[in-house]
Each structure stands twice: as C-alpha cells, then as structure tokens.
Design a protein around this ligand. Structure first.
Ligand code: FE2
Ligand code: FE2
Length: 347
C-alpha cells in the first residue's frame, strides 16, 4: 500500500521513468537538430535516424517508411477505439459509483488515444476517414486481444493489469520511435496507460482480498486473460514479418520475444503481491538467463483470432459499424458548424 491507501503496482515507477527520459531526449533532439546537407535526401534521412533525431512530417522519407508507419499507427488507433468495447460493457454494471466514474474516465481516455493516433497518422498524408473506412471494410486490423469477452467484473481488473500492462511494455520503447508525431503521442499515451494499469491492479487487489467468491472470480479472470495478453506481443521472432526493417528505422526497438519476456518478468512479482497465481505450471526463475521461463501462448489461436475467428470478432465489428452509422449526423452537424464559422470569420 502507498501513503494514500491505494496499492502500488511493483515496477510501475520504472516504466514511467523510462517514458520521462524518452520525453527529455525528444526535447533535446528537437533542439539539437543539425542543419545538415539536404541535397541527398536518402543520405539525410539515414543521418537523421543514425543521430537519433526525429523524422518530422515536413521531411522527405522513404515510401516504405511512410506506408509502414501508417499501417502501424492506424492499427494502433483502431485498437484504442475497438478496445473501448470490452470495458464499455461494464460501465453500467460497475459495482459502485466510484468504480463507474473511474471506468468511464478510463474508457474515455482510450477514445482520446485513438484521436491522438489518428491525428499522428494524418501527418503522413492519409485522412482519418480513409483509415476508418479501411477498418470498417476489414482491410486494416486492430489488436486481437479485444476479440475476447469480458465475462465478470474481475475481467475489468484483469484487462487493466494485464492488457494495459502489456500495452505499456510494448509502447514505452515507441516513445523513442524515430517518427516525431508518433513518439510524442506515445509519451502522452503511456502516462495514461500507467494509470489504467494501476486501476485494474487495484480492482484485482480488492477482489483478491475479498470474499472467497470474489477471490475465485479474480483468479478465474487472470487465468483467462494471461495467455491472450502474452499473445499481444505478436508472433515469435522467428515468424515475425515486419521486424527487421522496423528495427533498422528505429520504429521498433525490441523484438516481440524480448518484450514478451520483459512483461512476464514484471508480472510475476506483481501477481505475488496480489496473492493470485499465473496459470502456467512451467513458470520458474532461470538463474542463468536472469529471467523467468514460461509457456508461450498458443500462436495458432492468435492467428485464428487475427484471421477473424475469435470469440467476439463479428460482434466488435458489427458494433463499430453501427456506432459509426449512428454517429453520422454528429459528424455532419460538426462539419456544418465549422463551415459556418469559417464563412463568418471570413466575412
Ligand atoms: Fe489506450
Ligand atoms: Fe489503456
């Protein structure tokens, strides 16, 4: 417990420190930007990356860098928006007014993350409308984790702890991504994700220290969310398609397997504080590696869910399409209002 009586997540501060260090370096990089020779664009781009400077929207960039970033940022933005659904499912059923207010704020944060990320993608010359269309047509993906159902209140805790926790481990290195607008969005998002993780952890802590039935509910949620959370880091390195180029361009900094290991190593002491077990009989400390050995997730299941065959894929997309259609009048009204203001400003 911390001074305010709220349980602290072991290891949380270290990740936040990394985000703050990335933010300081990003500021320094902006100030130190060299006025280098820009007559050879390819060489200039390579020099910016090599010097850990940021590539900005005004800069020339290879087409594959631009396209790859659009794909990655869009997939990330879609995940934030679709990710509102599993938890939104519990807003009306949260067990107290306080829990309801916190969950509402958290789900709203996710909408905000989607907006920062769509805005970051737009700096690469694609419009948010286009990206939303690609999602609705099923031509762009979102994280497979959001195709799993939230069966009990404890799932909201498990999502905060494990799903937001895995998201942070994935995203903290992206605060150092070579593309400036994405790196800046990630810094802000990571700070908020850290709060999300803490709220989920606190829900589980409360349940784990409650009645035997509450404790069992918490354990059951952890059992169901553990492997899907491990799968969030993507396929094993030997099967990962985009990684190498992404590393060379300093978009991605660590491999899927490295990040997955880091997540496992963080979760074990956190689970101990909760007094809950992780559903892996093979989980044990490996003295030589200085890490925990663990059972990898079922990657066949991951590929099935990515291909559209998870428990909730159809439901999530149907809901998104309905919400988009029902929101059409709001978009039209906002556009009409903006146009009216533009013409009155001009007059
Ligand atoms: Fe988020
Ligand atoms: Fe979150």
């Amino acid at each position: 417990m911390s001074g305010d009586g709220v349980v602290e997540v072991p290891g949380r501060r270290g990740l936040l420190d990394e985000v703050e260090a990335a933010e300081a370096d990003l500021r320094a990089a902006a100030e130190a930007r060299p006025v280098a020779d820009q007559s050879d664009l390819t060489a200039y781009f390579a020099a910016v990356i090599a010097a850990d400077q940021k590539v900005e929207p005004r800069d020339w960039m290879p087409e594959a860098y631009r396209k790859g970033l659009i794909r990655q940022i869009a997939q990330h933005a879609h995940s934030e928006i679709i990710g509102m659904q599993p938890e939104g499912n519990w807003i009306t059923r949260a067990p107290s007014l306080k829990r309801k207010a916190i969950l509402l704020a958290k789900v709203q944060d996710e909408a905000g993350h989607g907006l920062y990320l769509y805005a970051a993608a737009e700096t690469l010359g694609v419009s948010r409308d286009e990206l939303v269309d690609l999602l609705l047509q099923g031509r762009q993906k979102y994280s497979s984790i959001f195709n799993y159902p939230t069966l009990t209140w404890a799932d909201v805790g498990a999502i905060g702890w494990l799903v937001d926790g895995a998201a942070i481990v994935n995203q903290v290195p992206l605060c150092r991504c070579s593309y400036g607008p994405y790196a800046r969005a990630m810094i802000r998002i990571c700070k908020e994700e850290s709060f999300h993780q803490r709220q989920g952890y606190e829900i589980l802590y409360t349940l784990a220290n409650g009645t035997p039935a509450q404790r069992a509910m918490a354990q059951d949620a952890v059992n169901r969310w553990w492997y899907p959370s491990l799968a969030m880091f993507g396929p094993p390195d030997r099967e990962s398609t985009h990684s190498e180029q992404s590393m060379a361009w300093k978009i991605k900094r660590f491999s899927n397997d490295e990040l997955r290991q880091r997540f496992v190593d963080m979760c074990v002491p956190q689970a101990e504080v909760l007094g809950l077990s992780l559903p892996d009989p093979a989980l044990r400390w490996n003295e030589q590696r200085g890490s925990y050995d663990f059972t990898p997730p079922d990657f066949d299941e991951l590929f099935r869910v990515i291909a559209g065959d998870g428990p909730c894929n159809r439901q999530r997309m149907a809901h998104r399409r309905r919400a988009h259609a029902e929101g059409a009048w709001v978009r039209e009204a906002a556009a009409a209002y903006a146009a009216k203001h533009r013409s009155s400003d001009a007059g």
